[in-house]
Design a binder for this molecule. Structure first.
Ligand code: CP
Ligand code: NVA
Length: 315
């Protein structure tokens, strides 16, 4: 059976732990031990991984390109504007062309239904590189960063302040619950998480010993947090709403006051790109508790682990 990674809870808690352990070992041995090259065919020919973008990207583009190359493969990066998919070719038709020539497909797109449609027909693993609903690769990188800073995940509290209805908030709920963390979302009432996602994350948390909660009270959400995270108030595709999306979020900024409420040794994360003076204060993101550059680097390691793991499970 072909395995895909379309949303955080496509990995069971045990599988998520396996992927994170593999990511740590890939990171530790990147420039020393023998590099695994599952994307190099027996005859030495590199296998392609198609990496498609319907939205802009820096980190995802770079980390998948470098990661695929490091695994012995060839990253075939395609932007919507330069493909027939961008002109309306059916997703299924594009997929059937890609899966005969690529070992895996990575896609950043809009609706989750689009990547689900691709996975429904693809004979090779499909990886979500961000949709409007989820950003599961990012959350794995965040979890790797928390393990590096704190030693473990289960039982730790992670607070997200800002747009509770966006892809990052939903992935923190699902990915954090899978890891057994206590995930709290602080957001305005009108930007609260999708109730279906909150409920799904709650069910996972009940199994892992974690918990999930939403509150409109930013201060209460931040209280004692081991990990304090935020994300842009204006996600890709929402640029026209900029003027109406800033004011409601002002009380949810990750600034010195929010950080002072978190645990004294709290780690600060942000998936980037960051807007200093909006969702995060410059002194916080550029301060000693910020781990955002490790977080960005860890995209490389977790995504290599995801690709290796999916290819192994699908063979
Ligand atoms: N965090 C993240 O996904 O960054 P990019 O949009 O630059 O890929
Ligand atoms: N929520 C943001 C994440 C960017 C990596 C967006 O979708 O634009």
């Amino acid at each position: 059976m072909t395995r895909h990674f379309l949303k955080d809870d496509d990995l069971t808690p045990a599988e998520q732990a396996e992927v994170l352990a593999l990511a740590a070992s890939l990171k530790a041995s990147r420039h020393t031990g023998e590099a695994p090259t599952p994307l190099r065919a027996a005859n030495g020919v590199p296998k392609a991984v198609a990496v498609l973008f319907d939205k802009p990207s820096t980190r995802t583009r770079v980390s998948f390109s470098v990661g695929v190359a490091e695994l012995g493969g060839y990253p075939l990066v395609i932007d919507a504007g330069s493909s027939q998919l961008g002109r309306g070719e059916p997703i299924e038709d594009t997929t059937r062309v890609l899966d005969r020539q690529a070992a895996a497909i990575v896609w950043r797109t809009f609706g989750q239904d689009r990547i689900e449609a691709m996975a429904a027909v693809s004979r090779v693993p499909v990886v979500n590189a961000l949709t409007d609903a989820y950003h599961p690769c990012q959350i794995l990188a965040d979890l790797q960063t928390v393990i590096e800073r704190k030693g473990s995940l289960a039982g730790r509290s992670m607070t997200y302040l800002g747009d509770g209805a966006n892809n990052m908030a939903h992935s923190y709920l699902l990915g954090g619950a899978t890891a057994g963390m206590h995930v709290r979302i602080g957001s305005p009432e009108s930007f609260r998480p999708d109730p279906a996602v909150l409920e799904r994350a709650g069910r996972i948390a009940a199994e892992t010993g974690g918990s999930v909660a939403w509150t409109p009270d930013a201060a209460a959400a931040a209280d004692g947090a081991d990990v304090l995270v935020t994300d842009t108030w204006v996600s890709m595709g929402q640029e026209d709403e900029y003027d109406t999306r800033v004011a409601p979020f002002l009380p949810y900024a990750v600034d010195d006051a929010a950080l002072a409420r978190a645990a004294a040794d709290a780690v600060v994360l942000h998936c980037l790109p960051a807007y200093r003076g909006k969702e995060i204060a410059a002194e916080v993101i550029d301060g000693p508790q910020s781990a955002v550059w490790d977080e960005a680097e860890n995209r490389l390691h977790v995504q290599k682990a995801v690709l290796i793991w999916l290819l192994e499970k699908s063979s």
